[in-house]
Design a binder for this molecule. Structure first.
Ligand SMILES: NC(=O)c1ccc[n+]([C@@H]2O[C@H](COP(=O)([O-])OP(=O)(O)OC[C@H]3O[C@@H](n4cnc5c(N)ncnc54)[C@H](OP(=O)(O)O)[C@@H]3O)[C@@H](O)[C@H]2O)c1
Length: 205
């Protein structure tokens, strides 16, 4: 299977790449600064020219997307727009722009995160974007043509990110990025569509 992986050089993306390669898949790495192809998926021109060059392909998987963090009373309109343009609309555009090129029965795997259901102070944009992504995935799943599938991976805090972000989510039990990567494998190699894979126990019980 030929899989385009956006964000392959990141904490999560590295594990997704090695998990997919270990199961014999052909992974094309895409990022802004490093990878087999360079692209910024937050740019409205985004990935269209890359998709045209790489067609046909069987899957688009995303392990990238930023949001702004800030106090609810102070977070600016610019910070909201940054968050929507990047993690939310960047991923939605990555799906829309791939539609002319992706193979029948292909799949999309997007990335959300724990703040959709475990809000934290300063995280209103992250919670909003992650919930919006869940809405997009369940809606797109019933509308995509040609038996295309779409799922969302929603990991809790990654173990590898605890030194950087652990203080933002006190008490949350982290999960290894390699475990979150299994959800990508399940999404891409399996048959699910419209699924939100909530990876990691956290305090979800
Ligand atoms: N880390 C966690 O604990 C955690 C938990 C739950 C959810 N998540 C979510 O998982 C995703 C990845 O997190 P991470 O910690 O792995 O991030 P990361 O280590 O910062 O890696 C991000 C990757 O995405 C690429 N990238 C970033 N913006 C891009 C853009 N606009 N266009 C193309 N490529 C782009 C980066 O490479 P270039 O710099 O070369 O572009 C890099 O490869 C994020 O959406 C995050 O919210 C993370």
């Amino acid at each position: 299977m030929k899989i385009l992986l956006i964000g392959a050089s990141g904490t999560l993306g590295r594990e997704v790449e090695s998990t997919l390669r270990a199961s014999g898949q052909d992974v094309i790495r895409i990022g802004r600064k490093s990878g087999d192809m360079l692209a910024d998926f937050a740019d409205p021109r985004g990935l269209a020219s890359i998709y045209a060059k790489l067609k046909p392909f069987d899957a688009v998987a995303i392990a990238a997307g930023d949001v702004a963090f800030g106090p609810i009373a102070e977070i600016t309109r610019e910070q909201w727009c940054f968050s929507f343009d990047n993690k939310l609309l960047g991923q939605i555009a990555a799906v829309q722009q791939a539609l002319p090129y992706i193979s029948d029965r292909g799949s999309f795997t997007l990335i959300g995160g724990l703040f959709s259901e475990e809000p934290i102070p300063l995280g209103s944009a992250a919670s909003t974007v992650n919930r919006a992504l869940e809405g997009f995935v369940v809606a797109a799943a019933i509308e995509l043509p040609r038996a295309l599938r779409i799922n969302l991976v929603s990991p809790t805090l990654l173990e590898e990110s605890v030194p950087q972000f652990g203080h933002l989510a006190p008490g949350v039990i982290p999960v290894a990025a390699a475990t979150a990567a299994q959800a990508y494998k399940r999404s891409i190699l399996g048959a699910h569509t419209g699924q939100i894979y909530k990876v990691g126990a956290s305090l979800r019980g």
